[in-house]
Design a protein. Structure first.
Length: 229
């Protein structure tokens, strides 16, 4: 995200961490959050993919190295794609075409990972229903044997938007620890000063069921477009 692209996010860039992360608290309203949760939970069961520690929905298609067969995205989701696009988080002409919805129950998480080469190197995430703590690790060379070290964390409040790109996209892994509560640490959580809520050192905050909307662009798609709803 260059300076021109940041013009719509003047106070959103998180300082004192590698380039670039932007955080916007209350990106959606409480009513929008309720509607998102309602729509997600009303989706037919076959749309869900059950994994060992979470379940998910793919909208727009299933990303694949050979190309994603494009599927039309419903209007209730397109609304938030348009809202993210209006921030200029993506370069001119690059339009998000995929939404991954993850459901994390309290105590669930995801191992350290990167979003990888199937996507344009910008990831935008809206959190609904609960906060979470996103941990970042420097990607190690494949010849290095040691475990990656936790570098910093970001607190993602419910209704917030997180944008990641550049160094944080290419050279860092991110994860969510499997626990029911998170402890506030001003030294490790680098966006506390930007959060809508007011937190104190050592405060324990309880997780609830969280639904995340990860909005991205898949460059390689098939011309065949399916409508499945």
């Amino acid at each position: 995200m260059n300076e021109e692209q940041c013009s719509l996010l003047p106070n959103a860039v998180i300082s004192q961490i590698p380039d670039i992360a932007c955080y916007i608290p209350n990106f959606i309203t409480e009513e929008e959050e309720k509607q998102i949760i309602k729509y997600i939970n009303s989706v037919p069961q076959p749309k869900w993919t059950q994994l060992s520690h979470r379940r998910l929905q793919n909208w727009g298609g299933i990303p694949h190295p050979k190309g994603m067969i494009a599927e039309e995205i419903p209007s209730w989701l397109q609304k938030y794609i348009d809202k993210v696009t209006a921030l200029n988080a993506f370069e001119s002409g690059v339009l998000p075409n995929h939404v991954l919805i993850n459901e994390y129950l309290s105590g669930q998480g995801i191992m350290a990972h990167s979003d990888g080469p199937l996507f344009y190197p910008v990831v935008t995430t809206i959190s609904c229903g609960s906060h979470t703590l996103l941990d970042f690790y420097k990607r190690l060379d494949t010849t290095e044997q040691q475990q990656p070290k936790l570098e910093f964390s970001l607190l993602l409040e419910r209704r917030s938007l997180l944008v990641l790109q550049k160094d944080l996209y290419h050279n860092y892994l991110h994860s969510i620890a499997e626990r029911d509560v998170d402890s506030i640490s001003e030294s490790s959580i680098k966006n506390l000063h930007m959060c809508a809520g007011k937190f104190i050192e050592g405060e324990i905050i309880k997780r609830d069921t969280r639904l995340s909307l990860t909005i991205r662009h898949v460059p390689k798609t098939s011309k065949l477009k399916l409508k499945i709803f």
